[in-house]
Design a protein around this ligand. Structure first.
Ligand SMILES: NC(=O)c1ccc[n+]([C@@H]2O[C@H](COP(=O)([O-])OP(=O)(O)OC[C@H]3O[C@@H](n4cnc5c(N)ncnc54)[C@H](OP(=O)(O)O)[C@@H]3O)[C@@H](O)[C@H]2O)c1
Length: 306
């Protein structure tokens, strides 16, 4: 793998483009909103807390971006909120060039979303699955549109257990197991969505990205104990900053050379840091049977059909 330099300078002019970024108030989402707005896009900063969203917008506006930022509320742990967001969006906009499904949680203790899903699968996959399905008509109406899902190197340890997806029928809950499953689900969904677009002749592509190890708030739940806090301080020291970590998902969202079904990540050693390049995901993430199963179960659980 080469550490070729696709940087912020490679971002094309985005004037006329409409982009949604979930989790746009923090970390990689914040950096993505900033980069898109600086290059002229109309960006919808989607977040679960409007106050945090407005604060992020105010900060970004200080950099005098060429584009616009609109803050809209969506809580991916609540399907009613996802439906409301999609309705609101469609009442204001008739096109959507990029849906960047970035928001996520990691290593949380066991709890369930409002709709009764294990929180990490519910937020990282099912919420975004529902959101994408509800926005499909506008994506369909926008020539050359894209859906970008943010996965993780943690997908490599992920396993789909379709008999006990929510860890409630005897599978022992381990928080990183649940995170790995949700991040594997992000990739299975990406590849199935690409097959869906192709089979329906929809002029849209599905792409995935991961940020390696990036210094954000994501690991805050891992830092609950003093020992982990200490370890974390050391690990954070070698991580790349959020702006560089956001480059793979930014590239996946706007580089005109990107093709459907591709996966971008940092090009450095172990994909931990570096400029974004095409990377490979595990054979499990390319299991078409699991992808189909996940799609069917996600439609059933969310009530959103494609
Ligand atoms: N940082 C890394 O090294 C790393 C590595 C691999 C993958 N990733 C992936 O990168 C993505 C972004 O994470 P990050 O590192 O930027 O972490 P972050 O700084 O913690 O940002 C996560 C964002 O997701 C939002 N979010 C969480 N639950 C939500 C919900 N129910 N509804 C709507 N928004 C919600 C958060 O909102 P609040 O501010 O309200 O909490 C926040 O805006 C995630 O998908 C993560 O899995 C990150």
């Amino acid at each position: 793998m080469t550490d070729t330099k696709w940087t912020f300078d490679n971002i094309p002019d985005l004037q006329g483009k409409t982009i949604i970024v979930t989790g746009g108030n923090s970390g990689l989402g914040y950096e993505s909103v900033k980069a898109f707005a600086q290059n002229g896009a109309k960006v919808i900063l989607a977040c679960r807390n409007l106050e945090k969203g407005e604060k992020a917008k105010t900060e970004i506006l200080q950099t005098r971006p060429k584009g616009e930022i609109m803050v809209m509320r969506v809580d991916l742990m609540d399907l009613d909120s996802v439906r409301e967001f999609a309705l609101q969006f469609k009442s204001k906009y008739s096109k959507l060039d990029v849906l960047l499904n970035n928001a996520g949680i990691m290593a949380t203790p066991y709890f369930k979303t409002k709709d009764g899903f294990e929180a990490q699968l519910g937020t990282n996959h099912l919420g975004h699955f529902a959101l994408t399905g509800l926005l499909l008509d506008v994506l369909n109406d926008t020539s050359g549109s894209r859906v970008v899902n943010v996965s993780s190197m943690a997908h490599k340890s992920g396993k789909m257990d379709f008999n006990d997806l929510m860890f409630e029928k005897g599978r022992k809950f381990k928080t990183m197991k649940a995170y790995g499953q949700s991040k594997l689900a992000n990739l299975l969904f990406t590849y199935e969505l690409q097959r869906y677009f192709e089979s329906k002749n929809i002029d849209s592509i599905a792409v995935a990205a991961h940020p390696g190890g990036s210094n954000t708030r994501l690991a805050s739940h891992l830092e609950d104990s003093g020992f982990m806090k200490m370890i974390s301080r050391v690990v954070r020291g070698v991580m790349q900053d959020a702006a560089k970590g956001a480059l793979p998902q930014i590239r996946a969202s706007v580089d005109s050379n990107v093709k459907g079904g591709e996966y971008y990540g940092p090009g450095g050693i172990g994909e931990i840091a570096g400029y974004p390049v095409l990377v490979k995901s595990t054979p499990a993430s390319h299991n078409a049977e699991d992808a189909k199963k996940l799609w069917e179960v996600s439609e059933k659980l969310t009530g959103v059909t494609y």
